[in-house]
Design a protein around this ligand. Structure first.
Ligand code: ZN
Length: 404
């Protein structure tokens, strides 16, 4: 337990040194399923508050020994409200014999070095208070009235359209596992601060078509769980050797990496969907599954103009029933680098190179440095053996053509 807390602290200190915003990512797939993503804002006090909170949730999760394969998902939202104010939310979901959803939000003014409350943003909090209680009753009928009488508005996020107020599950009587929230349109509020809107990207970036013939030996490299600080370096290597890959990105990570995502497409690589917050899909309802996938589709489209066509299930887990919930093609792999587990360049190469045949899909991860280290020798060797690199969609198309 302590070792893991220590690990976060080390990464945290390391990253605070840089000026770029970064996402801390931690995944585990052994007797526990863990996917943690949270941002480093480079504002010391704010980052400390966020990482302390995340560590606390992780320790709490680790104390649970009652269930087989418990699952923890921590995801975030990040919004630069204006030049001074940053709003971050950390959502956590712990799945054991039941599901517990929690949210905590942080709103920080860099100029005054202060955490802000709802009262700092809204002029007419008393008027709002009345409306909120009515809206809550309207949306969630079975609310504990005692709770409602002393409800507070500690947790909120802001996007371009809404102020969203969250209420933790334990505080409101509700049988569903979902977070309880209200969206309040910004234009209905008297705000004490300015809000900068994000510009929409509506440039369509087409995937560069490659010159592949029916008899070519082809291989599709794939990277899961990114983007991360290593993804740009991977793209640079792919470009150097005129190769490409398919990046199955995690929706809640892409915010800081819009340039990286556009560069993928520009180079002829492909972006695939790897869910929004890396939950184990077989535990989701149809509605939750669709929402999770669509949220990822939408954010990728917003940042790049491109809508993914392929999907890789988290932890490789899915059922035929789930497959029917979406039009996206489910894509697994036949060659597993096991990069996250072997952590060594030579072992990754040994897991991959002897096993690649024409039409292979190779599984790697771009959220740590191991596969990056193996990538250059891997590409060189595959090229020497006469392989051409294709994206997953190109490979599927080719397989279809070959069957006809
Ligand atoms: Zn994954």
């Amino acid at each position: 337990m302590l070792r893991k807390a220590f690990l976060f602290t080390v990464i945290f200190l390391f990253l605070v040194g840089c000026n770029n915003k970064e996402i801390i990512s931690y995944t585990r797939n052994d007797n526990k399923l863990v996917s943690i993503n949270y941002p480093v804002t480079n504002v010391g006090v704010l980052d400390e508050a966020i990482s302390t909170y995340v560590n606390r949730i992780y320790l709490e999760f680790n104390e649970n020994k009652s269930v087989k394969k418990p699952e923890l998902n921590i995801s975030y939202t990040y919004k630069e409200v204006n030049d001074d104010i940053i709003n971050v939310s950390i959502q956590s979901e712990i799945v054991t014999d039941r599901t517990i959803n929690k949210i905590k939000t942080f709103t920080y003014n860099k100029q005054t070095n202060k955490f802000l409350t709802m009262e700092d943003l809204i002029n007419d909090i008393n008027v709002l208070d009345y409306d909120i209680k009515n809206l809550l009753l309207e949306k969630y009928g079975n609310i504990n009235m005692e709770y409602l009488s002393k409800v507070s508005y500690d947790y909120f996020t802001i996007d371009d359209e809404n102020l969203t107020i969250y209420f933790n599950q334990s505080e409101i009587k509700n049988s569903s596992n979902e977070l309880i929230y209200l969206d309040i349109p910004l234009n209905s509020l008297k705000l004490l601060i300015d809000i900068d809107k994000t510009e929409d990207t509506d440039i369509y970036l087409s995937i560069k078509k490659k010159d592949i013939s029916m008899d070519d030996k082809v291989v599709a490299l794939t990277f899961d769980d990114g983007p991360s600080q290593y993804t740009d370096k991977i793209l640079k290597l792919l470009k150097k050797y005129d190769a490409c890959a398919t990046f199955f990105v995690v929706g809640n990570k892409v915010n800081f990496y819009d340039d990286t995502l556009r560069e993928m497409l520009k180079q002829g690589s492909e972006i695939g969907n790897h869910s929004y917050s890396h939950k184990l899909l077989t535990r989701l309802s149809e509605k939750e599954f669709k929402e999770d996938l669509n949220k990822t589709q939408e954010i990728i489209k917003k940042l790049t103009g491109f809508t993914p066509k392929v999907f890789r299930p988290t932890y490789g887990g899915y059922t035929n029933k789930i497959k029917k919930y979406t039009d996206l093609s489910f894509v697994l792999w036949d060659v597993d680098s096991r990069d996250w587990s072997v952590k060594k360049k030579d072992k990754i190469l040994k897991n991959v190179l002897p096993n690649v045949k024409s039409g292979s899909i190779v599984l790697m991860h771009d959220n740590h440095e191991y596969s990056l280290k193996a990538l250059e020798p891997m590409i060189k060797e595959l090229k020497a053996k006469g392989y051409k690199f294709v994206t997953v969609s190109e490979l599927l198309e080719l397989k279809n053509l070959r069957q006809e």
